[in-house]
Design a protein around this ligand. Structure first.
Ligand code: HEC
Length: 137
């Protein structure tokens, strides 16, 4: 074979190598349309550690029950004694509003009764994903 052919052959092998090294699309997590990106399993664990002292899923404690809170209007658990600030807020709890609330409750709704902040964005995302999953059960 003329040496030109060996060169082409070598280029061909390199090209095949490059193509087969591309990550397959199944290795990439599918984008979710609702913008919630957290890990609900880890969120459940965080919920137990960081929220369950004041919140249960199905009964009132110091805070209102939280099952189904994702997609719910703020201050809508009957009989729970919300603060006046919370009653006046009129928010739909979605990924965006929950993230703002958990980042700094007082900044989002001044004079509310939940004095907690959750500084880590990835932990907030995981907790929010968990709350969202509960709403779909
Ligand atoms: C120290 C107690 C306490 C902790 C810890 C706490 N909360 Fe709360 N939470 C409250 C109280 C009290 C309210 C009611 C606030 C009001 O009426 O102003 C509330 C309200 C809420 C609401 C609004 C519910 C509604 O029906 O409108 C959400 C959502 C919420 N909390 C989520 C969380 C999450 C998620 C965590 C953990 C990351 C958490 N909270 C940790 C006490 C707490």
């Amino acid at each position: 074979l003329p040496s030109k052919c060996y060169l082409l052959l070598a280029l061909g092998i390199v090209a095949i190598g490059l193509v087969s090294c591309q990550p397959t699309s199944s290795a990439v997590a599918p984008a979710r349309s609702d913008g919630v990106t957290g890990d609900p399993k880890h969120g459940e664990e965080l919920f137990r550690k960081r929220c369950s002292s004041c919140h249960s899923l199905d009964k009132e404690k110091e805070g209102p029950m939280l099952r189904g809170v994702f997609g719910r209007k703020s201050a809508s658990v009957p009989n729970f004694k919300y603060s006046d600030a919370m009653r006046a807020a009129s928010i739909i709890w979605d990924g965006d509003s929950l993230d703002k609330w958990l980042t700094d409750t007082d900044r989002f709704i001044p004079d509310n009764d939940m004095n907690s902040t959750f500084k880590k964005a990835d932990e907030r995302a995981d907790i929010i994903a968990y709350l969202q999953q509960l709403s779909h059960q």
